[in-house]
Write a protein that binds this ligand. Structure first.
Ligand code: PLP
Length: 392
Protein backbone atom coordinates (compact mmCIF):
# COMPACT_ATOMS: atom_id res chain seq x y z
CA UNK A 1 0.00 0.00 0.00
CA UNK A 2 1.42 3.39 -0.90
CA UNK A 3 -0.53 5.26 1.72
CA UNK A 4 -0.81 4.30 5.38
CA UNK A 5 -3.65 6.32 6.83
CA UNK A 6 -5.34 3.51 8.80
CA UNK A 7 -4.98 5.27 12.17
CA UNK A 8 -7.03 8.19 10.90
CA UNK A 9 -10.72 8.79 11.50
CA UNK A 10 -13.29 7.84 8.84
CA UNK A 11 -14.01 11.46 7.90
CA UNK A 12 -10.30 12.14 7.39
CA UNK A 13 -9.84 8.90 5.40
CA UNK A 14 -12.70 9.96 3.14
CA UNK A 15 -11.32 13.42 2.47
CA UNK A 16 -7.51 13.24 2.65
CA UNK A 17 -5.50 14.29 -0.39
CA UNK A 18 -4.07 11.59 -2.66
CA UNK A 19 -0.34 10.90 -3.09
CA UNK A 20 0.51 9.36 -6.49
CA UNK A 21 3.57 7.12 -6.40
CA UNK A 22 3.59 5.12 -9.57
CA UNK A 23 6.17 3.24 -11.60
CA UNK A 24 3.54 2.35 -14.23
CA UNK A 25 3.57 3.94 -17.68
CA UNK A 26 0.03 3.96 -19.07
CA UNK A 27 -0.35 3.96 -22.86
CA UNK A 28 -3.53 6.05 -22.77
CA UNK A 29 -3.27 9.66 -21.59
CA UNK A 30 -3.89 9.69 -17.79
CA UNK A 31 -6.50 12.22 -16.65
CA UNK A 32 -5.15 14.32 -13.80
CA UNK A 33 -8.57 15.40 -12.58
CA UNK A 34 -7.41 17.81 -9.93
CA UNK A 35 -7.40 21.55 -9.48
CA UNK A 36 -4.23 21.66 -7.41
CA UNK A 37 -0.89 19.90 -6.81
CA UNK A 38 1.11 19.06 -3.68
CA UNK A 39 3.89 21.61 -3.24
CA UNK A 40 7.26 19.85 -3.03
CA UNK A 41 10.90 20.74 -3.44
CA UNK A 42 10.87 20.67 -7.25
CA UNK A 43 7.78 22.89 -7.41
CA UNK A 44 9.24 25.33 -4.88
CA UNK A 45 12.42 25.56 -6.94
CA UNK A 46 10.43 26.12 -10.15
CA UNK A 47 8.31 28.81 -8.47
CA UNK A 48 11.48 30.52 -7.29
CA UNK A 49 12.53 30.70 -10.98
CA UNK A 50 9.08 32.01 -11.95
CA UNK A 51 8.46 28.75 -13.86
CA UNK A 52 4.81 27.72 -13.49
CA UNK A 53 4.75 25.66 -16.71
CA UNK A 54 7.20 22.78 -16.37
CA UNK A 55 5.97 21.98 -12.84
CA UNK A 56 2.28 22.13 -12.05
CA UNK A 57 0.88 24.29 -9.26
CA UNK A 58 -2.76 24.90 -10.15
CA UNK A 59 -4.78 23.55 -13.07
CA UNK A 60 -5.95 26.97 -14.31
CA UNK A 61 -2.28 27.57 -15.06
CA UNK A 62 -1.04 24.11 -15.99
CA UNK A 63 -1.84 20.42 -15.56
CA UNK A 64 -0.01 17.29 -16.84
CA UNK A 65 -2.97 16.18 -18.99
CA UNK A 66 -3.56 19.54 -20.67
CA UNK A 67 0.22 20.04 -20.98
CA UNK A 68 0.53 16.72 -22.86
CA UNK A 69 -2.13 17.94 -25.30
CA UNK A 70 -0.32 21.28 -25.69
CA UNK A 71 2.95 19.53 -26.49
CA UNK A 72 1.28 17.25 -29.05
CA UNK A 73 -0.47 20.19 -30.74
CA UNK A 74 2.79 22.17 -30.88
CA UNK A 75 4.48 19.19 -32.58
CA UNK A 76 1.60 18.73 -35.03
CA UNK A 77 1.77 22.37 -36.08
CA UNK A 78 5.59 22.59 -36.01
CA UNK A 79 5.31 25.32 -33.36
CA UNK A 80 7.53 25.93 -30.34
CA UNK A 81 4.69 25.83 -27.83
CA UNK A 82 0.91 25.76 -27.44
CA UNK A 83 -1.73 26.85 -24.95
CA UNK A 84 -5.07 25.05 -24.69
CA UNK A 85 -8.41 26.60 -23.73
CA UNK A 86 -11.95 25.73 -22.75
CA UNK A 87 -13.17 26.60 -26.27
CA UNK A 88 -12.09 28.04 -29.59
CA UNK A 89 -13.46 31.44 -28.57
CA UNK A 90 -11.41 31.21 -25.38
CA UNK A 91 -8.35 30.74 -27.61
CA UNK A 92 -9.22 33.57 -30.03
CA UNK A 93 -10.02 36.11 -27.31
CA UNK A 94 -6.91 35.36 -25.20
CA UNK A 95 -4.66 35.31 -28.28
CA UNK A 96 -5.80 38.72 -29.49
CA UNK A 97 -5.75 40.35 -26.07
CA UNK A 98 -2.43 38.68 -25.19
CA UNK A 99 -0.41 39.72 -28.24
CA UNK A 100 -1.84 43.19 -28.86
CA UNK A 101 -1.83 46.37 -26.78
CA UNK A 102 -4.12 49.42 -26.59
CA UNK A 103 -3.44 51.65 -29.60
CA UNK A 104 -2.63 48.68 -31.89
CA UNK A 105 -4.53 48.06 -35.12
CA UNK A 106 -5.88 44.61 -36.00
CA UNK A 107 -6.59 44.01 -39.69
CA UNK A 108 -9.26 41.30 -39.93
CA UNK A 109 -10.35 39.29 -42.94
CA UNK A 110 -13.82 40.28 -44.22
CA UNK A 111 -15.02 36.70 -43.80
CA UNK A 112 -14.67 35.26 -40.30
CA UNK A 113 -16.76 33.14 -37.94
CA UNK A 114 -19.55 35.48 -36.74
CA UNK A 115 -18.66 35.28 -33.04
CA UNK A 116 -15.01 36.13 -33.82
CA UNK A 117 -16.27 39.16 -35.75
CA UNK A 118 -18.49 40.06 -32.81
CA UNK A 119 -15.59 39.72 -30.35
CA UNK A 120 -13.50 42.15 -32.43
CA UNK A 121 -16.19 44.84 -32.52
CA UNK A 122 -17.85 44.36 -29.14
CA UNK A 123 -14.82 43.67 -26.94
CA UNK A 124 -11.37 44.12 -28.54
CA UNK A 125 -12.33 47.58 -29.85
CA UNK A 126 -13.50 48.53 -26.32
CA UNK A 127 -10.03 47.55 -25.09
CA UNK A 128 -8.46 50.27 -27.25
CA UNK A 129 -7.52 48.26 -30.34
CA UNK A 130 -8.56 49.68 -33.72
CA UNK A 131 -10.33 47.08 -35.90
CA UNK A 132 -10.17 47.41 -39.68
CA UNK A 133 -11.06 44.87 -42.35
CA UNK A 134 -10.05 43.85 -45.84
CA UNK A 135 -10.64 41.05 -48.32
CA UNK A 136 -7.39 39.12 -47.95
CA UNK A 137 -8.02 37.08 -51.10
CA UNK A 138 -7.38 40.34 -52.99
CA UNK A 139 -3.61 40.95 -52.84
CA UNK A 140 -3.95 44.56 -54.06
CA UNK A 141 -6.53 45.38 -51.37
CA UNK A 142 -4.28 43.71 -48.79
CA UNK A 143 -1.20 45.67 -49.88
CA UNK A 144 -3.19 48.94 -49.68
CA UNK A 145 -4.62 48.10 -46.25
CA UNK A 146 -1.15 47.27 -44.89
CA UNK A 147 0.11 50.68 -46.00
CA UNK A 148 -3.02 52.64 -45.03
CA UNK A 149 -3.52 51.14 -41.54
CA UNK A 150 -0.08 49.81 -40.43
CA UNK A 151 -1.68 46.95 -38.46
CA UNK A 152 0.27 45.19 -35.72
CA UNK A 153 -1.60 41.95 -36.38
CA UNK A 154 -3.66 40.40 -39.18
CA UNK A 155 -6.37 37.85 -38.43
CA UNK A 156 -7.62 35.42 -41.10
CA UNK A 157 -9.13 31.93 -41.46
CA UNK A 158 -7.27 29.35 -43.60
CA UNK A 159 -10.66 28.20 -44.90
CA UNK A 160 -13.34 30.79 -44.19
CA UNK A 161 -16.58 30.30 -42.31
CA UNK A 162 -19.13 30.03 -43.93
CA UNK A 163 -18.16 30.13 -47.62
CA UNK A 164 -15.05 27.89 -47.36
CA UNK A 165 -12.82 30.31 -49.27
CA UNK A 166 -9.20 29.13 -49.16
CA UNK A 167 -6.67 31.88 -48.46
CA UNK A 168 -3.08 32.07 -49.70
CA UNK A 169 -1.53 31.99 -46.22
CA UNK A 170 2.03 32.08 -47.53
CA UNK A 171 1.39 35.21 -49.65
CA UNK A 172 -0.51 36.97 -46.84
CA UNK A 173 2.24 36.18 -44.29
CA UNK A 174 4.93 37.47 -46.67
CA UNK A 175 3.01 40.70 -47.32
CA UNK A 176 2.39 41.19 -43.58
CA UNK A 177 6.04 40.62 -42.65
CA UNK A 178 7.26 42.97 -45.38
CA UNK A 179 5.46 45.85 -43.62
CA UNK A 180 6.29 44.74 -40.06
CA UNK A 181 2.90 43.13 -39.27
CA UNK A 182 2.24 39.63 -37.94
CA UNK A 183 -0.34 37.06 -38.96
CA UNK A 184 -2.67 34.97 -36.77
CA UNK A 185 -4.61 32.24 -38.57
CA UNK A 186 -7.74 30.44 -37.38
CA UNK A 187 -7.22 26.96 -38.87
CA UNK A 188 -10.47 25.44 -37.54
CA UNK A 189 -12.15 24.72 -40.93
CA UNK A 190 -8.91 23.12 -42.18
CA UNK A 191 -7.21 21.28 -39.21
CA UNK A 192 -3.49 20.35 -38.94
CA UNK A 193 -3.80 17.40 -41.32
CA UNK A 194 -5.04 19.67 -44.11
CA UNK A 195 -2.89 22.71 -43.34
CA UNK A 196 -0.09 23.83 -41.02
CA UNK A 197 -0.09 27.65 -41.30
CA UNK A 198 3.08 28.12 -39.20
CA UNK A 199 5.05 26.26 -41.88
CA UNK A 200 3.68 28.78 -44.41
CA UNK A 201 4.88 31.80 -42.44
CA UNK A 202 1.98 32.53 -40.05
CA UNK A 203 3.04 33.70 -36.57
CA UNK A 204 0.20 32.17 -34.56
CA UNK A 205 -2.28 29.44 -35.35
CA UNK A 206 -5.59 29.07 -33.55
CA UNK A 207 -7.72 25.92 -33.53
CA UNK A 208 -11.17 25.28 -32.12
CA UNK A 209 -10.56 21.77 -30.77
CA UNK A 210 -14.36 21.32 -30.49
CA UNK A 211 -14.55 20.55 -34.24
CA UNK A 212 -12.64 18.03 -36.38
CA UNK A 213 -9.66 17.72 -34.01
CA UNK A 214 -11.81 16.17 -31.25
CA UNK A 215 -14.14 14.94 -33.96
CA UNK A 216 -17.18 13.54 -32.12
CA UNK A 217 -19.33 16.62 -31.31
CA UNK A 218 -18.80 15.79 -27.65
CA UNK A 219 -16.34 18.25 -26.14
CA UNK A 220 -15.27 21.89 -26.33
CA UNK A 221 -11.69 23.11 -26.51
CA UNK A 222 -9.36 25.55 -28.22
CA UNK A 223 -5.64 26.05 -28.80
CA UNK A 224 -3.10 28.69 -29.78
CA UNK A 225 0.23 27.54 -31.19
CA UNK A 226 3.37 29.50 -32.14
CA UNK A 227 6.73 30.79 -30.91
CA UNK A 228 7.21 30.47 -27.16
CA UNK A 229 7.62 34.25 -26.76
CA UNK A 230 4.09 34.74 -28.18
CA UNK A 231 2.39 31.78 -26.50
CA UNK A 232 3.77 32.98 -23.15
CA UNK A 233 1.72 36.19 -23.57
CA UNK A 234 -1.33 34.19 -24.62
CA UNK A 235 -0.91 31.89 -21.59
CA UNK A 236 -0.85 34.90 -19.25
CA UNK A 237 -4.08 36.20 -20.82
CA UNK A 238 -5.64 32.72 -20.39
CA UNK A 239 -4.77 32.68 -16.69
CA UNK A 240 -6.44 36.05 -16.19
CA UNK A 241 -9.54 35.23 -18.28
CA UNK A 242 -9.79 31.82 -16.59
CA UNK A 243 -10.54 30.07 -19.89
CA UNK A 244 -8.48 26.96 -19.04
CA UNK A 245 -9.29 23.54 -20.49
CA UNK A 246 -10.56 20.88 -18.09
CA UNK A 247 -8.23 17.81 -17.92
CA UNK A 248 -11.14 15.41 -18.62
CA UNK A 249 -11.97 17.36 -21.78
CA UNK A 250 -8.28 17.37 -22.74
CA UNK A 251 -8.19 13.55 -22.56
CA UNK A 252 -11.32 13.27 -24.75
CA UNK A 253 -9.76 15.65 -27.29
CA UNK A 254 -6.53 13.62 -27.22
CA UNK A 255 -8.43 10.40 -27.90
CA UNK A 256 -10.42 11.97 -30.74
CA UNK A 257 -7.27 13.44 -32.24
CA UNK A 258 -5.68 9.98 -32.57
CA UNK A 259 -7.99 9.28 -35.54
CA UNK A 260 -7.82 12.77 -37.11
CA UNK A 261 -5.85 11.69 -40.19
CA UNK A 262 -8.23 8.78 -40.88
CA UNK A 263 -11.31 10.91 -40.36
CA UNK A 264 -9.96 13.76 -42.50
CA UNK A 265 -9.44 11.34 -45.39
CA UNK A 266 -12.97 9.94 -45.04
CA UNK A 267 -14.59 13.40 -44.65
CA UNK A 268 -12.65 14.78 -47.63
CA UNK A 269 -13.64 11.89 -49.93
CA UNK A 270 -17.27 12.15 -48.86
CA UNK A 271 -17.37 15.94 -49.24
CA UNK A 272 -15.82 15.76 -52.73
CA UNK A 273 -18.47 13.25 -53.83
CA UNK A 274 -21.27 15.39 -52.36
CA UNK A 275 -19.89 18.51 -54.08
CA UNK A 276 -19.99 16.59 -57.39
CA UNK A 277 -23.59 15.60 -56.72
CA UNK A 278 -24.58 19.21 -55.86
CA UNK A 279 -22.80 20.74 -58.90
CA UNK A 280 -25.14 18.81 -61.19
CA UNK A 281 -28.39 19.33 -59.24
CA UNK A 282 -30.71 21.77 -61.00
CA UNK A 283 -32.14 23.19 -57.74
CA UNK A 284 -28.66 24.11 -56.47
CA UNK A 285 -27.49 27.52 -57.70
CA UNK A 286 -23.97 27.61 -56.32
CA UNK A 287 -21.53 25.28 -54.56
CA UNK A 288 -18.63 26.50 -52.41
CA UNK A 289 -15.95 23.87 -51.88
CA UNK A 290 -12.25 23.66 -51.05
CA UNK A 291 -11.33 21.67 -54.14
CA UNK A 292 -11.46 22.26 -57.88
CA UNK A 293 -14.00 20.10 -59.74
CA UNK A 294 -11.22 17.50 -60.16
CA UNK A 295 -11.46 16.94 -56.39
CA UNK A 296 -7.89 18.17 -55.87
CA UNK A 297 -7.67 20.46 -52.79
CA UNK A 298 -6.91 24.11 -53.50
CA UNK A 299 -3.43 25.27 -52.40
CA UNK A 300 -2.24 25.39 -49.69
CA UNK A 301 -4.57 22.61 -48.46
CA UNK A 302 -3.33 19.01 -48.39
CA UNK A 303 -6.88 17.68 -47.93
CA UNK A 304 -10.17 19.36 -48.77
CA UNK A 305 -11.84 18.45 -45.46
CA UNK A 306 -15.54 17.99 -44.83
CA UNK A 307 -16.84 21.56 -45.10
CA UNK A 308 -18.90 22.80 -48.03
CA UNK A 309 -21.70 25.31 -48.58
CA UNK A 310 -24.31 25.59 -51.30
CA UNK A 311 -27.13 27.90 -52.31
CA UNK A 312 -30.53 26.32 -52.86
CA UNK A 313 -33.11 27.92 -55.19
CA UNK A 314 -35.92 29.52 -53.18
CA UNK A 315 -33.89 31.45 -50.61
CA UNK A 316 -33.82 31.08 -46.83
CA UNK A 317 -37.44 29.82 -46.61
CA UNK A 318 -36.57 26.89 -48.87
CA UNK A 319 -33.31 26.32 -46.99
CA UNK A 320 -35.27 26.10 -43.72
CA UNK A 321 -37.61 23.52 -45.29
CA UNK A 322 -34.62 21.62 -46.65
CA UNK A 323 -33.11 21.25 -43.18
CA UNK A 324 -36.48 20.11 -41.88
CA UNK A 325 -36.66 17.45 -44.60
CA UNK A 326 -33.32 15.82 -43.84
CA UNK A 327 -33.56 12.42 -42.22
CA UNK A 328 -29.92 11.30 -41.86
CA UNK A 329 -27.90 14.54 -41.87
CA UNK A 330 -28.58 16.30 -38.56
CA UNK A 331 -29.75 19.93 -38.66
CA UNK A 332 -27.38 21.40 -36.08
CA UNK A 333 -24.73 24.07 -35.74
CA UNK A 334 -21.06 23.12 -35.23
CA UNK A 335 -18.93 21.00 -37.53
CA UNK A 336 -16.14 18.47 -37.85
CA UNK A 337 -17.83 15.49 -36.16
CA UNK A 338 -18.06 11.95 -37.53
CA UNK A 339 -21.76 12.61 -38.12
CA UNK A 340 -22.86 14.99 -40.90
CA UNK A 341 -24.47 18.26 -39.82
CA UNK A 342 -26.30 20.96 -41.78
CA UNK A 343 -26.92 24.54 -40.68
CA UNK A 344 -27.98 27.88 -42.13
CA UNK A 345 -25.39 30.62 -41.52
CA UNK A 346 -28.07 33.34 -41.60
CA UNK A 347 -29.62 32.10 -38.33
CA UNK A 348 -26.56 30.51 -36.66
CA UNK A 349 -22.93 31.53 -37.26
CA UNK A 350 -23.69 34.77 -39.18
CA UNK A 351 -26.76 36.35 -37.59
CA UNK A 352 -25.31 39.86 -37.93
CA UNK A 353 -26.56 41.35 -41.27
CA UNK A 354 -23.37 43.44 -41.62
CA UNK A 355 -21.19 40.32 -41.37
CA UNK A 356 -23.41 38.60 -43.99
CA UNK A 357 -23.08 41.59 -46.31
CA UNK A 358 -19.29 41.70 -45.85
CA UNK A 359 -18.82 38.09 -46.91
CA UNK A 360 -21.50 38.17 -49.62
CA UNK A 361 -23.71 35.49 -48.09
CA UNK A 362 -26.61 34.74 -50.45
CA UNK A 363 -30.14 33.86 -49.27
CA UNK A 364 -30.61 30.09 -49.41
CA UNK A 365 -27.06 29.29 -48.28
CA UNK A 366 -26.77 25.94 -46.51
CA UNK A 367 -23.55 24.92 -44.72
CA UNK A 368 -22.71 21.22 -44.60
CA UNK A 369 -20.20 19.56 -42.32
CA UNK A 370 -19.73 16.20 -44.01
CA UNK A 371 -18.95 13.29 -41.71
CA UNK A 372 -17.87 9.68 -42.14
CA UNK A 373 -21.16 7.97 -43.02
CA UNK A 374 -21.62 6.06 -46.29
CA UNK A 375 -21.58 8.71 -49.03
CA UNK A 376 -24.39 7.05 -51.01
CA UNK A 377 -26.67 7.37 -47.98
CA UNK A 378 -25.70 11.04 -47.58
CA UNK A 379 -26.39 11.86 -51.25
CA UNK A 380 -29.74 10.04 -51.10
CA UNK A 381 -30.70 12.06 -48.01
CA UNK A 382 -29.80 15.34 -49.72
CA UNK A 383 -31.65 14.33 -52.90
CA UNK A 384 -34.86 13.48 -51.04
CA UNK A 385 -34.65 16.64 -48.91
CA UNK A 386 -34.11 18.82 -52.01
CA UNK A 387 -37.16 17.16 -53.63
CA UNK A 388 -39.39 17.33 -50.55
CA UNK A 389 -38.51 20.95 -49.75
CA UNK A 390 -39.41 21.97 -53.32
CA UNK A 391 -42.82 20.28 -53.12
CA UNK A 392 -43.87 21.64 -49.71
N1 PLP B 1 -13.40 29.44 -35.35
C1 PLP B 1 -14.27 28.99 -36.27
C2 PLP B 1 -13.90 29.07 -37.71
C3 PLP B 1 -15.49 28.45 -35.88
O1 PLP B 1 -16.34 28.03 -36.80
C4 PLP B 1 -15.80 28.39 -34.49
C5 PLP B 1 -17.08 27.85 -34.02
O2 PLP B 1 -17.92 27.45 -34.78
C6 PLP B 1 -14.87 28.88 -33.57
C7 PLP B 1 -13.67 29.39 -34.03
C8 PLP B 1 -15.16 28.88 -32.10
O3 PLP B 1 -14.99 27.61 -31.56
P1 PLP B 1 -15.70 27.17 -30.19
O4 PLP B 1 -17.12 26.92 -30.50
O5 PLP B 1 -14.93 25.97 -29.78
O6 PLP B 1 -15.55 28.32 -29.24
Amino acid sequence: MSEDKTDLSTSTLLTAGHRVESTQHPVGLPVHQTTTFRINEALNAAMARGDYRSQHLYTRMSNPTTRALEERLAQLHAGEDAVVFASGMGAISAALVGVTAPGDTVLASTELYGVTDGFLDAYLAQMGRRIVRCDMSDSRALADALVDFSPTWLLAETVSNPLVRVLDIEGIAAAAHATGSRLAVDNTFANPVACRPLTLGADLVIESLSKSIAGHSAVHGGAVIGDASLTAEVWKAMIHFGSCLDPGAAALIWRGMQTLALRTRAMSDNAAAIADFLYTHNEVQKVYFTAAESGRPLAPLLACGGMLSFVVAGGDERALRLLDSLSLIVPASSLGGVESLASLPFNTSHRNPEARERCGLLPGTVRLSVGCEDVGDLCRDLAQALKLSAEL
